[in-house]
Each structure stands twice: as structure tokens, then as C-alpha cells.
Design a protein. Sequence first.
Length: 762
Amino acid sequence: MKFTNGYWLTRDEYDVNSPAEAFEAEKEGKALNVYAPYKRILTRGDELNLGMSTIKLTSPVENVIGVKLTHFDQDTKGPSYELNNSDPNVDIDVTEKKASLKSGDLTVTLPLREDFDMEFTANGKVLTASRNKAQGEILNHDTNVHYMREQLAVGVEDKVYGLGERFGNFIKNGQVVKITNQDGGTASEQSYKNIPFYLTDAGYGVFVDQPQTVDFEVTSENVDAVQFSTEGESLQYYVIYGPTPQEILHRYTELTGSMQLPPAWSFGLWLTTSFTTDYSEKTVLKFIDGMKEHNIPLDVFHFDCFWQKGFEWSNMEWDRDEFPDPEGLIKKIHDRGIKVCVWINPYIAQKGKMFEEGKKNGYFVKREDGNLWQWDLWQAGNAFVDFTNPDAVKWYKSKLQALLDMGVDCFKTDFGERIPVDDAVFFDGSDPKREHNYYTLQYNKAVFDTIAEDKGKDQAVVFARSATVGSQKYPVHWGGDALSNFKNMSDTLHAGLSFLSSGFAFWSHDIGGFEDGPDTPTPDLYKRWSQFGLLSSHSRYHGSNVYRVPWNFDDEAVENTRKFVNLKLSLMPYLYTQAAHNTAYGNPLMRPMWFDFTNDLTTHSLDNQYMFGTQLLVSPVFNKEGHVNFYLPAGKWTSIIDDSETYNVAEGKWISKDYGELDLPVLARDNTILLRNPKAVHADYDFTKDLDIHLYDMHEGSTSVAVVDQKGKDAGKVTVDRSGNQLKVTTTGLTGSATIYVHEDGKVTKAALDGANATITL
């Protein structure tokens, strides 16, 4: 939202007041209160007829400083994000000339009785600052709506990332971003997952703790600052020091909630019925058995909307005409070693028993006149489950429990974005403007908790579309309704990297795109998206009006799917260990290149390739020609698909190469110990048993890697000690047989363990 007319003038409809100085500061326990009037106080008479902002500085987590700007101290209705407070030690210093608060290495300092300036520094370096006239209490005198604004300075080369799922440019500098969840598809400025948190490559991040709409002007209105504003009389935000992106995200998730590790089986391939296609028990079993006939491992089958009757979504009842014996069908699927997921949403159509129950018991959002808030968008007479009503939550969970009792394993929690604001009344009196984004947290929590209570938290997983702050506690999320073309495939990756830079660990997308064009996904798009999808943390085939089984495209599509499903399953000892360790620290499994190569400035702009864990680089193919331009940071790189593809890069290098339909760049960096099991047929297996140990250009000295069990706990370890051309391999906790493959300068040397050890001379 823009308030100025150029740099010097204010837009006609706004009155803007900004702190002119920090007049006084006082310590309050572990907080520092600063009083900042809207003009310099030179005489006692200047204190009259004048407003001021109260700036409250706190630290809930070490190296995190909270800033609350308040004009009028007014009560605010809920909901509010649930934040953690570890009560760290702080150092507060107030002198005649300045006031400061220090938490860990991060310090905020304000001069007193001078032009307003609030600086955030760490180890002697200025990270960012709120300069003179950056803050504002703002009134639109045409509408009588009040706003609070902050502008935090950015440096000459600073880049801004994050702000949730965004389908435009990965780097956010120059963008206008509205933090409000909307069902806008994947080719617009709107987003299903809006997170008021941004990450910079200057060593810090900023989280704006406001559930309602927050407007960001990222070096757009004021090109020297990130501006954020929201309606109301106060504004709360936190500056988070790293300095690495991993540390920033660690502290952000310490504050907003720890990431949850999904069950191992969820990392396998998910296959769906697709959306508007015809399907019945016969169709479902035909597809599942077809995957087996084509030797394509499958871990989850998903029933999309029409497992229920049309006009009755989401009433949680099977369409008995198409599925006369759902319990029997689920058992048949389970007997094939496959989990079952069903689609749901929190919008209840007027046609159906669930609507009658909800209306009778007051379980839906209402209008101010006492009637239900309904519309015909999506389903006729939609009403919205009111998750602020504890009884409504219990009722909704009971419907889910009935499905779990049938054998359903998890739910695709669709929608959650189109939550009413105007003329909306929630059970607990929550402010509808704050509920709009927050609703998805309540919705997905209710579903996740139901599964966790039934099956255990380690087996709980949802497949969610919408998200807000804290939703990282309820994985997994997928990217929404993508268009079936190469450009939107690339846009999808940009959105995923933005989302994964915003405090989330796991992410998926509709392989092949969701919105089918007149020619459906072409075979080349389907194959390239399959590679990308099966090299993402979670992998699901889904579409709108076309079945996504690979044999519907061509023979190479079948071979391609088989190849990359098997590749992913073989990598599960590496992937699940990386997932467990990164999740525990608050970091994503898939991540932007610059996370792991911070000192290589070229990586800071890369958005069409990514790291898959800390050791593997993936560069998807985004065209039918198979041409890829990808960048390699300094080091040795070896393809895990084709051992003959190696690169020895001294100072970082762009590679331009054409790949056949069954290949793409998937490269291991030097000094990588990659544990694999090529015989895996599901994603959930004993990751310590019968491993292949791949060693890629090992460095001098000792290198170790852990491997986790199916619960994500460390269960084994491989250590490689190198001295010249001799490698000594030592293992603990591994069972069965193990084969060692040493990849060195394009050559492969094979060896076997002697018990738990091996010595290899190259």
C-alpha cells in the first residue's frame, strides 16, 4: 500500500505522523519502552497537543528483537499467532544520549533527543534501520481508516526473499506483496500461502506479527527500504539475526513453532483420480494395478472431490453409487501396500446432512443478522465451519474420525483461503480481518490433530493448500492449481523456493500441472515435470480433467516415471536423514542454492535450480528441447544418474547442456557420502539395511554422515577417513550387506565392507 506521492509529498487522502525523536526511554523488566513524539521537543510547550508512538522493545528468543509500535493503546480482538518465549538474557542500557537493548549478538540502539534513528546491529555491522520518517501513524481522512507503517532500510546489494508462496520473481526487491490468502491460481500475484516474513542475504530476517492483511512494498514505494503496513493503531514485528539463512530460519521457527517431520511413507509417489474425471472402484483399482503392472512403485492413492456426490462437498460421505463398499475398497488398497488419502475442505454445501447438523448446532460462520454466511461460489449454498467454536471443532473432527475408522490414512485439506471478512461473525468474537489468514491454521490443525490422536503424531500428515504463520507444524503443503505449461512449471519452482524460504520444510506440486489445456499436458511436459516432482520432497500426480497415469502419455513416460520413482526411493536413507536433521533445526529439505553457497554471490539470484538436501543439486528441464543452463559453485560435481558426467569447477561456472528425455542434472558435490538402497519398493523401509555407500571425491581427513530410522532418529553412521589415495570406511548401526562405490574424477571403484569396515586404495 502506497502512502506517498514521490519521495517528498504525501498522497492527498492521507495524514502521516512520524516520530521525530526518541524523547525518553525506560526499562520495564526485560523490555525497553521508548517514547517518540511526532516533533522535536525543544521547549516544554512543545509537549502539548502532540501525538507520539510508544516503541516497546523485547526479545522472546536470543538474537531476536521484537518491536511494537503503538499510537493509541487499544484492545485488539483475536486471533493472534501463538509465539514461543524462551526468556533469554538481555542487556538494556539507557544513558542520557542513547538507549539500547541487546539479545545475543543483536542490538537495537536509538539516540535520545536527536533526529529519530533506530539501528539494528550485530558484531559491529549495521543490518538494517528505521530511519527518520520511516515509521508512520497514518489516517485516511476520506475513509477514517487508520494504519501503522514501518520502513526498514536495505543495503546496496541486499536481496529480499520469502513472504510465503509467490509465483513471480524469486527475489522480491521491487515487488508489491499483499499478505492475504486468496484462491488465485499459480499465474497471478495472489497466493494461497502468505507469510509476513522475509529473509535477506544480509544476515537477518523480519517477521511481522499481524494475522490480518499486511502490505509490503519491497524497495518499491521507498526504493531504499522494505515497507510494511497494516490497519490499526499498533504494529508488531521482529528482527531476526542469523547471520546464515539456516540460523535465521532456526530462530524464526523457535519463535513461531517447530517444524514437524512427516512419516517416511509420505515421501513416496502419490497418485490421484484427478478432479473432474470419471472414477469408481473399478477405475481406482485399474490404476493401482496398472502401476504394479508397469513396475512403478506407489505409496499413496488419493481420492479427489468426487468420492462424494456432487453438490454435497464436503459432507464426508462416500458416493455409494460409485463406491458401494468403501471399507472393502480401502482394505484392497491397503492389501496392496498403499496408503489412502481423501479430499476434504471446510466449506459445507447446503445439500446434505452435515449442513443440517452444522446449522442446527451453530457450527458455521454467521452474518451480523444471525443468518449463516453463505454463497454459491464452489458449492451451492456453501457455509463455513467456524473453528473458533470448540464444539464445531469436535464435530468436524468426529466426521474425520469416522473416515479414519474406515481405514483412511490422511486427508488432502483443500481450500481455506476464501474466508469471509465483510459482515462475518465468528463464535468467539474474533476479528474477521484477523481470522481470514488465520483460519487455515485452525482448519489444518484440527485435521492434523485428528490423525495424530488416532495414529500417533509421527504418522500424521495432511496435503494442504493454504497456510499461514505456524502452519509448518502441520505438513505437507502443495503449490495449488498450476497451469500445464513449461513457464508455469518454472513459476511453481519459484513459488516453492519462496515458500521454503519462509519457515517451511516440505512442499509438493501437481505433476504435469493441474489446469489442463486443450492438448492436455504434452508428453514432454509430463515427463519433465515428473522428474522435477520426483525430485521434490513430496511427489503427487494430479490434474483436472485428464488422468495422470503415465501410460496415458507414451512408453517413455512410463519408463521415465519408473526411473525417477526408483531413484527417489533409493535415496530415502539420504533424504529422510536430511529431512529429520533439517526439520529439527527449522530448515527446509529443498532449498535455494544460496543457502549452501552464501559466499558465492552468483547463487543469490538462482531460482531455476535448487539443492535437494545439503549435498545434491537439481536443475529441472523447463523446455521440450531438453536444454538446461545451470550454475555450479566451485568444487567437484558428479551426476548420480550418469557417472561419466563430472565437473571440476575452480571458481563457479555456468554449464549449458542438452539432456535426453530420461535425464537431467542431478549432481552430488564433492565430499559427499550418499547412502542409497536401489532395491527399495516403498518409501518407508529400514534405512540402515543393505545400503550402497557412494563416496564422491572425498576430502582429506575425516567425514561422517548419520542415517536415521523410520522415526527420524539417528540409528547408524558412516565415517570415511582419507589419507592420500587411501580411504578407510567405518560403519556403526548398519545391518545386512553393504557395497561401497568410490566416485573419483569420473571413475568408479567398487568395494565391499569387511564386517563394519573397509580400506580402499585408489
